[in-house]
Ligand binder design. Structure first.
Ligand SMILES: *[C@@H]1O[C@H](CO)[C@@H](O)[C@H](O)[C@H]1NC(C)=O
Ligand SMILES: *[C@@H]1O[C@H](CO)[C@@H](O)[C@H](O)[C@H]1NC(C)=O
Ligand SMILES: *[C@@H]1O[C@H](CO)[C@@H](O)[C@H](O)[C@H]1NC(C)=O
Ligand SMILES: *[C@@H]1O[C@H](CO)[C@@H](O)[C@H](O)[C@H]1NC(C)=O
Ligand SMILES: [Zn+2]
Length: 522
């Protein structure tokens, strides 16, 4: 009697636990992150993780000193690896690995580490973000306060210590080595525990990342049940690994976008160790940050106080005709397969092109330039948002096509007086008649009432992507073949503006959630 009822009880317990545990997801099920509160009410709590770490608001804490890591250098402690359907987890040998110091009040016994990632090269998937920057991946090393069971630890406000390391994708770098070996174990088969036979230590994976530069806050588990039991340590420097190794995580496991969106801090404080580099110098256009436009020249390495700054007001009466400014040659501007992805950088909406495909020359440039990206500037509350003005007239928007001299690297180009060439196009909605009434024709041959109209279908496709990039650094690969030539039939005359239907300008509302300026429908 007793053994069988015990079996029954255990079986039911396991079943109930399993059902609850698998009842959530990141995308594509009823219990995606915004509904995790239905899976566990703790997920709706006040100290939830992950968060965005705003480095301009962190407080330095002199008590956040060196960690002591026990057996992080041992090549025998990483026992096994499992794809559990939510992540890939590496289990450690019991009671061998420990973390203490680093401002922690206790010694913590390390159980496992696991990973969070995005989708492709262009869709990063770290959980924490630094000044809204999302890294491609994040590794979490999870430890329990020594002597506590899991049940006790999740009930203790400091029962769990989690170490977060960002993973950054580099173009080159070792594809063998510890990360090559670890990723060779990745599999799409779930819940199969595979022994790690290679000699890999945790130190081998972390590499030379500084362990004295880190952020600290009290938060939660980032998956249900979201227990508010975690002392978080997020290291400032990322682990740089080859982008092909990062791509393996989503490609081989078939799991994508395994990260919970940033949670609100609800007034609590993030601390920084004394080793953390000074706050990153976030700049902005308006007054919501220290480095607003009036202070850009204070940014270190800044050229913003220089003598040939842009934009300017173009006074047509002072412009001199220059015969050297001959016709442009645009190469592949009509190619529908040149836009790589579109992204919200927090400063602009930017379309990044496949490298070395689209080119411009002529126009008095003297070199062949290849197009890197184009992006947009706009206003707010019905103000005009073009950067340049012509005879003090500004337009609702301005598109910048940014190109680099083909014979230079980007680093060389930014240090060369003609290293970059930017093509600016003004944009205005077709429903306003302003161009016919207020644009002052000043002796040049252009007729402002005959502004060219753009390819509407291309603008519509492009603006349809805006809602997908509400979050800064989200990027959507451009599969829909947006025509690079959104500039339609515009010729290269400076005074022409592009006319696009005003309902497409309205879709810029989508971007306001990212804290950017935008303006209402005209
Ligand atoms: C802390 O670690 C750094 C880097 O590993 C080292 O240079 C420094 O001496 C250590 N400080 C103490 C107090 O141990
Ligand atoms: C862990 O470290 C201790 C010494 O601190 C050592 O005796 C032990 O062998 C190490 N364990 C492993 C698996 O490397
Ligand atoms: C991340 O990697 C890119 C190259 O892929 C590099 O330019 C950048 O500096 C790296 N970031 C950090 C913080 O190391
Ligand atoms: C791991 O190291 C041991 C010695 O500590 C060695 O015998 C073994 O061959 C190594 N395994 C691999 C896969 O390199
Ligand atoms: Zn995690």
């Amino acid at each position: 009697m007793f053994p069988s009822s015990l079996l029954l009880w255990l079986g039911l317990g396991a079943l109930v636990k399993c059902a609850a545990g698998s009842d959530w997801c990141y995308t594509g099920c009823a219990h995606s992150p915004s509904h995790w509160g239905d899976v566990s009410s703790l997920c709706g709590g006040q100290r939830q993780s992950p968060i965005d770490i705003d480095t301009s608001k962190v407080h330095a804490d002199p008590k956040l000193l060196n960690f002591t890591f026990k057996n992080f250098s041992s090549q025998k402690v990483i026992k096994s690896i499992t794809n559990n359907g939510h992540t890939v987890k590496c289990s450690l040998e019991d009671n061998e690995v420990e973390v203490s110091g680093g401002g922690l009040d206790a010694t913590y016994s390390t159980l496992q580490f696991h990973f969070h990632w995005g989708e492709t090269d262009h869709h990063p998937g770290s959980e924490h973000t630094i000044d809204q920057h999302r890294y491609p991946m994040e590794m979490h090393i999870v430890s329990l306060k020594k002597g506590l069971t899991v049940e006790q630890a999740v009930a203790d406000p400091t029962g769990i210590a989690a170490l977060g390391f960002f993973l950054n994708a580099t173009e080159d770098g070792d594809v063998s080595g510890p990360w090559g070996e670890l990723t060779s174990y990745l599999t799409s088969k779930t819940n199969i525990e595979t022994a790690i036979n290679h000699n890999i230590s945790i130190d081998d994976l972390i590499g030379n990342v500084s362990r004295t530069k880190y952020f600290r806050y009290n938060g939660s588990l980032t998956t249900p049940d979201c227990n508010e039991a975690v002392v978080w340590t997020v290291f400032q420097e990322p682990i740089n690994i080859n982008k092909n190794l990062i791509a393996r995580f989503s490609a081989i496991t078939g799991l994508t976008n395994l990260y919970r969106p940033a949670q609100t801090l609800n007034g609590s404080q993030v601390f920084a160790s004394p080793g953390v580099s000074p706050p990153s110098e976030a700049w902005c256009y308006d007054d919501h940050c220290k480095y607003n436009q009036a202070n850009w020249q204070l940014l270190s390495l800044s050229n913003c106080g220089g003598e040939r700054q842009s934009p300017i007001n173009i006074e047509t009466k002072n412009a001199v005709v220059n015969k050297a400014l001959d016709a442009f040659t645009f190469t592949k501007f009509d190619d529908k397969h040149t836009i790589n992805y579109i992204t919200n950088t927090g400063h602009a909406v930017k379309c990044v092109l496949i490298e070395n495909k689209v080119e411009v020359s002529g126009g008095g440039l003297g070199h062949v330039y290849s197009i890197l990206q184009f992006h947009f500037h706009w206003g707010s509350n019905d103000s005009m948002g073009s950067e340049h003005a012509v005879d003090s007239k500004r337009y609702p928007m301005e598109m910048h096509i940014v190109t680099k001299r083909k014979d230079l690297t980007l680093d060389e180009a930014v240090k060369t007086p003609n290293g970059l060439a930017v093509l600016g196009f003004f944009i205005e909605p077709t429903l306003t008649k302003s161009s016919s009434s207020s644009s002052s024709s000043t002796g040049h041959e252009t007729n402002p009432t005959q502004s060219p109209t753009a390819n509407m279908e291309s603008w519509k496709k492009l603006s349809n992507y805006l809602s997908a990039i509400k979050d800064i650094d989200n990027a959507v690969p451009d599969s829909d073949e947006i025509q690079q030539r959104v500039s339609g039939s515009a010729d290269s005359s400076q005074q022409d503006s592009l006319q696009i239907p005003s309902q497409h300008l309205c879709t810029r509302h989508a971007v306001s959630a990212a804290g950017m300026s935008f303006h209402h429908c005209i």
